[in-house]
Design a protein around this ligand. Structure first.
Ligand code: AP5
Length: 210
């Protein structure tokens, strides 16, 4: 399995989609798994929503058992984890249960992240991601495919973005050294123009298998 790591809004989801298209890898985003679980509307879904909306992280036990269950239901491990691990206790859990082949670390300065997240819009139907500045829809505020009105994620609002960045620097950034010391990590710079970023990401991904 492979991991894509980096700050919120750096472009992990965008690069993951490209890698899926080019390599056929299965993309598992913990954020997407949680947003999907939220749709059930039960007590656990409400707890997830409250945490996500504020930009807080879920506890390791919940995330680890959710991911283990999901992986056990799959036939192979040609999988890209996006947003997992996010804390040291998740990285050590992964080492106990899975073999990590490579880690892509997406870099992006905080100022650019704030700009990108405030202009990101999502299709509530198909989940396609747009950006009002860099990747706008063809028609004003409508999904190119579903033609439904685009929405902003609650956790892309300023206070939640601030908290997500704080938690990222405290909890997730230390994983850079963890994987770098194991010789598994390669960086991709997402402050570059989109196509350059995607091509570099694909080159890095392919280099893990050489
Ligand atoms: P999650 O959904 O994983 O959020 P995140 O890591 O904050 O990542 P994002 O989806 O916001 O950003 P991204 O890097 O994928 O950026 P994107 O490609 O869209 O998790 C949400 C929440 O779930 C967490 O806050 C937490 O509460 C909880 N959670 C999840 N996993 C957890 C875990 N393991 N443990 C505990 N809690 C967990 O790009 C952003 C924008 O930039 C887009 O508009 C895109 O078009 C644009 N863009 C990207 N690259 C470029 C470029 N090179 N040029 C121009 N525009 C670009």
């Amino acid at each position: 399995m492979y991991i894509i790591l980096g700050p919120p809004g750096a472009g992990k989801g965008t690069l993951s989609e490209y890698l899926v298209e080019k390599t056929g890898i299965r993309h598992i985003s913990t954020g997407d798994v949680l947003r999907d679980r939220m749709k059930k509307g039960d007590a656990f879904a409400k707890k997830i929503k409250a945490l996500l909306d504020r930009g807080e992280l879920l506890d390791n036990e919940t995330i680890n058992s959710m991911m283990l269950e999901l992986m056990q239901s799959l036939k192979d491990d040609f999988v890209l984890f996006d947003g997992y691990p996010r804390k040291m206790g998740q990285a050590t859990f992964i080492d106990e249960h899975f073999k990590v082949t490579g880690v892509i670390f997406v870099t992006c300065p905080d100022e650019l992240i704030v700009k990108r997240l405030s202009s990101r819009r999502i299709c509530p139907k198909c989940g396609r991601v747009y950006n009002l500045i860099t990747m706008p829809p063809k028609e004003d505020n409508l999904c190119d495919v579903c033609k439904v009105k685009l929405i902003q994620r609650d956790d892309d609002k300023p206070d939640a973005v601030k908290r997500r960045l704080e938690l990222y620097h405290k909890e997730t950034q230390p994983l850079y050294d963890y994987y770098n010391n194991k010789g598994l990590l390669k960086e991709v710079d997402s402050s570059k123009p989109l196509n350059d970023f995607l091509e570099e990401g694909l080159r890095v991904f392919n280099s893990f298998n050489k």
